[in-house]
Design a protein around this ligand. Sequence first.
Ligand code: PHE
Length: 454
Amino acid sequence: MQNRENFGSNTVAIMALAGSAIGLGNIWRFPYMVGEHGGAAFIVIYLLASLLLSLPIMMSETVIGRRSHSNTFGAMRSLAPGSKWHYLGLLTVISPLIILSYYSVVGGWSIDYLLRSLTGSFLNKDASLLSAEFAGAISSPLKPIIFQTVFLLACALVVSAGVKSGIERFNKLTIPLLFVLILAIMIYSLTLPGAMRGVEYLVKPDFSKITPSTVSYAVGQSFFSLSLGVGTVLTYSSYIGKRENILMSGLGTTVFDLLFALIAGFAIMPAVFAAGIEPGAGPGLIFETLPFIFSSMGEATPILSSVVAVLFFVTICVAALTSAISMYEVGVAYLVEEKGVGRKKAVWLLFAGIWALGALCSLSFGALSGVKLFGLTIFNFCDTLTSNFLMMFGALLFVLFAGWKMKKGDVRDEFSNGGKFKFNDAVFGTFYFLLKYVAPVGMVMIFVTNFIGS
Ligand code: PHE
């Protein structure tokens, strides 16, 4: 592939992969999941799921991406020529674009709320008023689409600047910033009176809440959070240079993502409990509950609480952007490398499609709320289709590809950079066993549990 760019170093590659991983999944989904499914007990299951299933899947995508130095479709074609595997390549061009369309709607809400926090609009409002404002904000026909457009435009600008000058530069700048911001919010949150109940909520194991489906929730959360099964990890890994140690890239990304999720949990839940409210699910937590907290804290310390509110919504916007950019790049890499379209043109072609589907998702909270696909609104349909099915399916196929289609020697060669990195045979042996047997069997079991459960 002529003129293909690579990330400048492995550290930068880890930042980009962590940028993809750290997103809305860490900030609102993780803390809520932990609380609902047994606190610390869920965290233990989540850690095991990340180690036994997610890490082998992440490494499968990394191996395929770096070995082929190609987009998802080209990777399958070059590593399994003449086979049907390129359909997996195509599927994983489409699924991140569907995620991006509804993700950009939530990204748009974040920009809206960032602007509201800048004007101090949460101060001195009660919970029901803020809930009504949120319902009004997302169901209005035009405003959310304008914010969604702004969010997508920001992604488009970064992606069109290229792998090094766009994606690399943006992540290098924002990932350290995200950690500083979330740590600052955590410190503020932990100093609020009554914060310890929130800490308890996160760390106290409640085994009565552990059911067979807890495992599938933990796995689903881990996949979504690490951006697995939709080709983003593969595409970013295809920009990792031949000399880098990809085991480090995979491990580094997993550790950063987990750390961020835990810090976000300790930033959000103590504040929720300090305000004396029960944590709610989904977008409501960040767009209704937290504004209420910021406004109620604001009575005593209006300036500090306003600053924290602004920092919080900056964090959400930036985290959502770095994830959205990775989804965008999958489609762009495909169009550029497989269809010979120029990068800028590819960006704008995709923009049109993502924007249109995103606008439909946005309208499904208002004018199109009556339009249902399989009983779900357009937004929920896109979410369910991707997180419950396409992501899982893609992840299973990637791991089968690396474990059963690729030769063991080739996988080993990628891990060790042609024998340059000497590592214990037992380390590779264990890892390969996870990749070849444990991850696929585990995935099939999750599928079965999900089907029985649904
Ligand atoms: N990992 C991202 C998050 O936690 C979401 C994501 C999914 C990003 C799939 C890229 C691909 O929000």
